[in-house]
Design a protein around this ligand. Structure first.
Ligand code: HAM
Length: 418
């Protein structure tokens, strides 16, 4: 029997791995100079952490989590996102005591049992960044610009920023009542789930993918007509700061995002090149979550970027990146091979990617292998060369050759390669 990977769980193949690495390197570089520290929470948490933070009525918690009961009867889930775990860790390890404003990031796999399609997987990866401790709109600005900088740094273009404000729990309750009334007035057009949601958690109707529900929602009242003065000032200040930095954005009052913990600012960076899965990055403010999970009443804001989606867009935009040896050393004959072996390990220790052939084949076969690997240079060493102390170094790109001295070979090679 031959095994295949599970539906929705994808191998990241060597041909894609370089783009993944570059994305992570850029993220770590940008996070470092923006004052974010990396942490790595576990992949498994108590189910209740997610149901209490993301919300029982959300698609993520009600339908999509990989949940099981362990031998002690406790319900555990593979994390569907990272924010809840980071807040749990922030509270558990009292990270706020080290610094009143904590900036954290994490990179890793998340799990959601969704229907797989283009840009949507059951195991996917996020780059997630959060700022804890600052209630003001300048942190909203910082987190949004951070996400945009990361996308720009890897060279992705053609994306748009959408922002919204969900107000605070106080102003949202007025909106919720209005929305409930509107939805119940059009109850017949809603799917069974949304009829229930209209009563229990009407904002979640915005997440529904059913066409008739989408039509109903497109005529729904706007949250922006309900937010109070403080929430309005906050949202206005963010928009002014975005303009100061020359960041274009669209205000989209439908952007409620599919998680219950948000308040005030929500945002997404979207593309129109991934079909229905248009969000490359999404986030927002969640000022009440730390308190709700038993921690201090500290505000927070963050985002998560979907790595598969970003990589797919990058690959569509440019040739996949390749990686090839700096030099291939052809050793001909037992004596030369032994010498080559020493040089190979010495050069690798010096950070030069060097390859040799272990099969003692002839010159033609070894040259073919070097060519197939895309080696930039090939050094050919036989017994004659060992005797004369000189060998030919072939530049595979320009097809020219030079003679190099085997005495001080490592220094000579370093000069041409670095
Ligand atoms: P989210 O919108 O659920 O937010 O996910 C963020 C990003 O993860 C999405 O924009 C998308 O790029 C990617 N993503 C989500 N689901 C999938 C999937 N099934 N397959 C591929 N990519 C996917 C959150 O997760 C929040 N925790 C973001 C946040 C951080 N809010 C505050 N801080």
């Amino acid at each position: 029997m031959q095994f295949s990977s599970i539906k929705g769980f994808k191998d990241i193949l060597p041909s894609e791995a370089l783009t993944w690495q570059r994305l992570q390197e850029e993220a770590r570089r940008i996070f470092r100079y923006s004052g974010f520290q990396e942490m790595m929470p576990p992949l498994l948490e108590m189910t209740e952490l997610f149901s209490r933070s993301i919300g029982e009525e959300t698609d993520i918690v009600s339908k999509e989590m990989y949940t099981f009961t362990d031998s002690k009867g406790r319900s555990m889930s593979l994390r569907p996102e990272a924010t809840a775990s980071l807040v749990r860790a922030y509270i558990q390890h009292r990270l706020y005591e080290q610094n009143p404003i904590q900036k954290l990031f994490t990179i890793g796999p998340m799990f959601r049992h969704e229907r797989p399609q283009k840009g949507r997987f059951r195991q996917f990866h996020q780059i997630d960044a959060e700022i804890f401790g600052d209630p003001g709109p300048r942190s909203d600005l910082e987190i949004i610009v951070l996400g945009m900088s990361l996308i720009e740094a890897v060279g992705l273009t053609g994306l748009s920023l959408q922002i919204n404000s969900l107000g605070c729990p106080k102003c949202r309750s007025g909106f919720r009542n209005e929305l409930r009334g509107y939805l119940l007035g059009r109850k017949e057009e809603l799917c069974a789930d949304c009829r229930r949601r209209a009563e229990t958690n009407p904002l979640r109707v915005f997440d529904c993918k059913v066409e008739t529900c989408k039509t109903v929602v497109s005529g729904a009242p706007s949250i922006l007509d309900f937010i109070d003065k403080d929430c309005r000032i906050h949202f206005q200040a963010l928009q002014e700061d975005l303009q100061v930095l020359g960041v274009s954005f669209t205000v989209n009052h439908m952007l409620v995002r599919g998680l219950d913990y948000y308040n005030r600012t929500t945002f997404e960076i979207q593309t129109n090149r991934l079909g229905a899965q248009n969000a490359v990055l999404g986030g927002g403010r969640y000022d009440g979550l730390s308190k709700q999970l038993g921690g201090p009443d500290h505000p927070a804001i963050g985002f998560a970027l979907g790595m598969e989606r970003l990589v797919a867009l990058l690959e569509e935009q440019a040739q996949p990146e390749t990686h090839s040896p700096d030099i291939f050393i052809v050793g001909l004959g037992a004596l030369a091979e032994k010498k080559v072996l020493q040089w190979v390990y010495e050069l690798r220790r010096q950070g030069i990617w060097v390859e040799m052939d272990y099969s003692s084949k002839g010159l033609k076969a070894q040259m073919k292998r070097a060519d197939r690997m895309g080696a930039s240079r090939v050094l050919i060493v036989g017994e004659d060369e060992i005797g004369s102390g000189k060998a030919v170094l072939r530049n595979m790109n320009t097809k020219t050759q030079d003679e190099v001295s085997l005495e001080n070979l490592l220094q000579n090679l370093r000069k041409v390669i670095v």
